[in-house]
Design a protein around this ligand. Structure first.
Ligand code: ADP
Ligand code: PHD
Length: 254
């Protein structure tokens, strides 16, 4: 039995039909005999919409209130996904960043993770539940909600995978993995089947926005393998593996 962390980005949970589709995929992974913890982003453009709403009210909103607002997006998707999994006949339990034990520094809007103590997530998994965690958020020493910076759910997923001792962190998106260039802009771009952390970091520093830079650095520091793949297909994606690891030994790659 493997312990798998799956992260679904906003493009994979854009509407309620997509959330139902993701729920099926999560349950499918569980039914194969794995323990599954899921990190979820806000639905579609929710985060941008929340920012626009805030700015239409106050052109210079307090940072604390902005973070309070932005964490709401992931809370909507985590609870809807838990319901969709329940409707599929499996048990799921959702957790905010705070409930999942994500402790950060005080930098609102760009907080850094200081520690992850996912006791409640571990308990849920031990009881046989699927754990759903709101990405992109944590709590500071004052007990206030913080956000990790745009695209921060990737980092949440890797940090959770490390804290749980997961076998792999799967990052689900709307393309079949990491390509030599953005496949939406460069149709001739080729999927990269296996890559190392340094090469991804190089791509990210050259402007490729496929994975958040901090997420890759975190994965490299803790040798956490990543599988970037599409939530819309079962085609193989891109495996990001530590040196010396045979990618064929990783779980759930078919
Ligand atoms: N080198 C690349 N390989 C794959 N996708 C890329 C690359 N560079 C940019 N992208 C873009 O990244 C998008 C996925 O990122 P994003 O929209 O943030 O997804 P999510 O909502 O899943 O977090 C893809 O639709 C693709 O257009
Ligand atoms: N919802 C946040 C966090 C995030 O990581 O989203 P996504 O996984 O959709 O890039 C954002 O839009 O920045």
């Amino acid at each position: 039995m493997a312990l798998i962390v799956q992260k679904y980005g906003g493009s994979s949970v854009a509407d309620t039909d997509s959330i139902k589709r993701v729920a099926k995929r999560v349950v499918e992974t569980e039914k194969k005999g794995n323990k599954v913890a899921v990190v979820v982003s806000a639905m579609g453009d929710t985060t941008d919409d929340l920012i626009d709403q805030a700015l239409s009210i106050d052109s210079n909103p307090p940072e604390r209130e902005m973070d309070m607002l932005m964490t709401a997006g992931e809370r909507i998707s985590m609870s809807l996904l838990a319901m969709a999994i329940h409707a599929e006949g499996s048990r799921a339990h959702s957790f905010t960043g705070q409930q999942a034990g994500f402790f950060t520094d005080a930098r609102y809007g760009a907080a850094h993770i200081k520690a992850v103590k996912p006791d409640r997530v571990k308990n849920a998994l031990a009881l046989g539940d699927i754990a759903i965690v709101a990405g992109f958020q944590g709590i500071n020493a004052k007990g206030d909600a913080t956000t990790l910076g745009r695209g921060g759910s990737d980092t949440s997923a890797v940090a959770l995978a490390v804290a749980l001792g997961a076998d792999i962190c799967e990052i689900y998106t709307d393309v079949d993995g990491i390509f030599t260039a953005d496949p939406r802009i460069v149709p001739a771009a080729r999927r990269i089947p296996v890559i190392d952390y340094d090469s991804i970091l190089e791509m990210a520093s050259c402007g490729s926005k496929v994975l958040a830079l901090r997420c890759v650095e975190y994965a490299q520091r803790f040798n956490m393998p990543l599988h970037v793949r599409s939530s819309f297909s079962h085609r193989p994606g891109t495996l990001v593996v530590p040196e010396g690891v045979d990618p064929r030994t990783l779980p759930n790659i078919d």
